[in-house]
Design a protein around this ligand. Structure first.
Ligand SMILES: [Zn+2]
Ligand SMILES: [Zn+2]
Length: 263
């Protein structure tokens, strides 16, 4: 076996375990938060009348664990590429300072949101939907366990963003770790089926440029609108935001609070 393959397979088990742990910890934590605060107010913020069945959750977990295999296969490739200098993942602040770390992480999130919006829209094309995206939409009432519930082709599309970005932009190891934490965190929040964002995230409020659970839940409930991941920018620019998003978020989170500005 060549040295490259030996290195690749030496990275694979650890990266796979780390990715499975990332998914299980984030989804379990979100499930625990929902259970802990259910009677204290979250029950009133449930977004759909339907409740996901045990079968739904089992399907979501199995598909997500399969996705984590795909993600770690790519991650091991990234590790080998970094060791060979084909892309740059650095440590310490000798190469670039903390400001670069913050800016490159911000750029990575904006670029990932763009990648996600456009690949997601493409996967809703009738010719692509069945192969790429049907598995994810089997979760009509998603739960935190749906975070990585993708078909194999969709998992490859989702995972491809990181190596493509790293080829173009050198990243600090900590920035990549933060990206992975933010990515899974926002993902389980979007799929948790209960609006957990405060009123400040509502349309017209100061954090309104972010998506919310209502935003992505409407995508699962109705399809064809709300394709964005972290931000609402692309949906607003392309006219693909659900026309009822604003009313639904407000009716659940801030039914009596007046909206201060139009957006
Ligand atoms: Zn979709
Ligand atoms: Zn989803």
């Amino acid at each position: 076996m060549s040295d490259l393959l030996k290195t690749y397979f030496s990275f694979l088990p650890g990266l796979w375990l780390a990715d499975v742990a990332r998914y299980l910890v984030a989804s379990a934590l979100m499930t625990a938060v929902l259970a802990a605060f259910w009677r204290a107010g979250l029950a009133a913020r449930k977004l759909q009348t339907r409740t996901a069945t045990a079968r739904d959750i089992r399907r979501e977990i199995l598909a997500s664990l399969r996705s984590s295999v795909i993600f770690s296969l790519l991650a091991a490739g990234i590790a080998v590429a970094a060791l060979n200098g084909w892309l740059t993942i650095y440590w310490g602040f000798g190469r670039a300072g903390p400001l670069y770390l913050v800016l490159s992480l911000t750029l990575m999130l904006v670029a990932h949101d763009t990648w996600f919006y456009w690949t997601h829209r493409a996967m809703h094309h009738p010719r692509l939907f069945a192969v790429f995206h049907r598995t994810h939409h089997l979760s009509r009432t998603p739960t935190p366990w749906a975070a990585y519930s993708f078909s194999v082709p969709e998992a490859i599309v989702q995972a491809a963003f990181v190596p493509l970005f790293l080829v173009l932009v050198p990243m600090h190891e900590v920035a990549i770790l933060l990206f992975l934490v933010i990515q899974i965190g926002r993902n389980v929040m979007g799929h948790c089926g209960t609006e957990i964002h405060p009123a400040a995230f509502g349309p017209g409020r100061w954090l309104s440029w972010n998506t919310t659970t209502t935003h992505h839940d409407l995508h699962h409930e109705t399809g064809r609108t709300n394709y964005g991941l972290y931000f609402r920018w692309w949906d607003k620019m392309m006219g693909t935001e659900h026309p009822d998003y604003r009313r639904k978020f407000e009716s659940i989170v801030a039914p009596r609070t007046p909206v201060v500005a139009a957006d």
